[in-house]
Design a protein around this ligand. Structure first.
Ligand code: HMH
Length: 233
């Protein structure tokens, strides 16, 4: 059993808190208010895509902070990894994010979302600052790859839950759920988990502890992101 699996057992309640949030439950049981979905969508939209309309809107920055973060993980893999295939895997993730950005833009127009009327929300800002802090060259590859895995894994586990046989997810939300809930993305998250496990197995105890703290902070930020999507701040 790898370090990640150990943490998943140790922190199973916290992981469930992030992946079985009321927001996700309400998608799954078909009771989500569409305004909440739109809010989530707005919040997930990339910053650069709406610069013309809403230059200072914070709602849109998560994915745009996440893309350079993944690029920073790629850079660290090149410098610090002992396995060449890590770079290919991370590069693949970056390429997928391009499609994600396009999808967000398309969804926004589909749902008639006005990008210029969004309000900056604190939870998103806080999450983005956290992601930005992880881009620093002082953050070790082991810690960064763990964070990358955790950020993706929460979405994968959350949205795949909405696609299970007994779910009642409304047809119009299925496409969104499939973005992160599909098996290929599940496999991708598993490959990130294996990289993280390999790095953690070689890391000294203090670095493993640092990565564990980062994992828990990702869970906390994800919960706050869902809270915000439900109508909080
Ligand atoms: C808030 N967490 C959030 N947004 C995302 N798009 C992901 C994780 C994964 O891509």
């Amino acid at each position: 059993m790898g370090t990640i699996e150990t943490w998943m057992m140790k922190h199973s309640l916290l992981f469930a808190g992030a992946t079985r949030h009321p927001f996700i439950r309400s998608i799954r049981d078909g009771t989500l208010h569409l305004s909440a979905f739109k809010r989530w969508l707005c919040c997930g939209l990339p910053y650069w895509m709406v610069q013309d309309h809403a230059y200072k809107e914070q709602d849109y920055i998560f994915v745009s902070a996440f893309v350079p973060f993944v690029a920073s993980v790629l850079l660290k893999a090149w410098k610090e990894s002992d396995d060449n295939s890590d770079m290919e895997i991370i590069l693949n993730g970056l390429a997928t994010l391009e499609g994600e950005l396009k999808w967000f833009k398309n969804e926004a127009s589909k749902w008639g979302i006005s990008l210029s009327s969004s309000v900056p929300l604190k939870a998103n800002l806080d999450y983005c600052s956290f992601v930005e802090s992880l881009m620093s060259s002082d953050v070790e590859y082991t810690v960064a790859i763990t964070a990358y895995w955790a950020i993706e894994a929460v979405y994968q586990a959350s949205y795949s839950h909405c696609l299970e046989e007994d779910s009642n997810t409304p047809a119009e939300l299925k496409e969104a759920c499939e973005r992160w809930g599909n098996d290929v993305f599940g496999q991708y998250c598993f490959s990130l988990q294996q990289i993280a496990n390999r790095c953690l197995a070689k890391a000294p105890d203090d670095l493993v502890s640092k990565a564990e703290v980062v994992f828990l902070r990702v869970l906390k930020h994800e919960v706050e992101f869902w809270n915000m999507s439900c109508g909080g701040t």
